[in-house]
Write a protein that binds this ligand. Sequence first.
Ligand code: MLT
Length: 395
Amino acid sequence: MMKIKTNEHYSNLKQSYLFSEIAKRVQAYKTAHPDADVIRLGIGDVTLPLPQTVVEAMHRAVDEMGVQETFRGYAPDFGYDFLRQAIAGHYASFGVTVSPEEIFISDGAKSDVGNFVDILGDNTVLIPDPVYPVYLDSNLMSGRTVRFLTGNEENGFLPMPDGLEEMPYVIYLCSPNNPTGALYSLDQLRQWVSFANRTGSLIIYDAAYEAFISGTEPHSVYAVAEARTCAVEICSFSKTAGFTGTRCAWTVVPPELKTVDGVSLQALWGRRQATKFNWVPYIVQRGAEAALSEEGMHECMEHISYYMENAALLADLFRKKGITFFGGVSSPYIWLKCPGGMKSWEFFDYLLNRVQIVGTPGEGFGAAGEGYFRLTSFGSRESTVEAVRRLDALL
Ligand code: MLT
């Protein structure tokens, strides 16, 4: 028997991570019903193959790796310049200035969200509810004090700082929001940035779904220039370019982010990453660069249109059924109210058992998500059409 101490804060977590819990329940169902044709609209995992431009760039990179003159070993700290420059160019395409030196390449937004807690001390943390569960879990793992910013139908799932005690916080914002699809306007972001600068707070801004924005809402927190003194931004190729299995993302940490004692967050994040992370393979970084090229972005946007057509099919059904829902515009997720006052895990079981459709219970995104349910539009067209048919017959 070991006599070591473990991280006691892990006992504050639910037993399984949300998407592992869903996978476990689906596996149990499939074991009991081996012939069931289960449609997975739970985790937001893409189904279209990588854009051709990306595939070709990665093939070229593989060839380079097989030749002495162009072979590469460890990647440079923080990512290759070509990719950091391409990302800066992506920001410029929607009018935001970010310099390559403040961009840190990583293997995923989930990793960066989870790891950023490492360089922060014991602050009070504000987390929207409902939201992507990694924000809460990673802060619980570090024993942080968490307060929730409740999103609901009244505030359009967009909590604002009004009424918050004026003190320094670490504030998580996600826009377009996962799971609700709600997105902050420029004016709302200005209010958050002004609050953060006034109170000496840090905003951790998750922009993983920015490519899905179809209106004029900001794609980046740096659309508000003053965010450079109070915000880091995390973004990813996963949903934009189909990289869920390929892995590449980035975090922007501007040099202006300094504590009152003069500590630079950029220096700390660089130190943390240089020590604990071995970077993203050259081949993948070349693929990511290609995704941001003109042709690559064109293909990415075609894929996004395909997913948004899936979202429209689901949305049409819920409209026809008179079921309240949100999202599905500027977001690959449909966030619906469970019919008949069902609780969200109850509705999960109901759909799985009755029509073999897997979604994500709203409660998994926070207490305020109870009574709601998330469906992803990242399935294939065939499976989405079939899901709509089954739901039409059931609901
Ligand atoms: C989700 O379904 O919320 C996401 O796919 C999970 C993730 O990106 O880690």
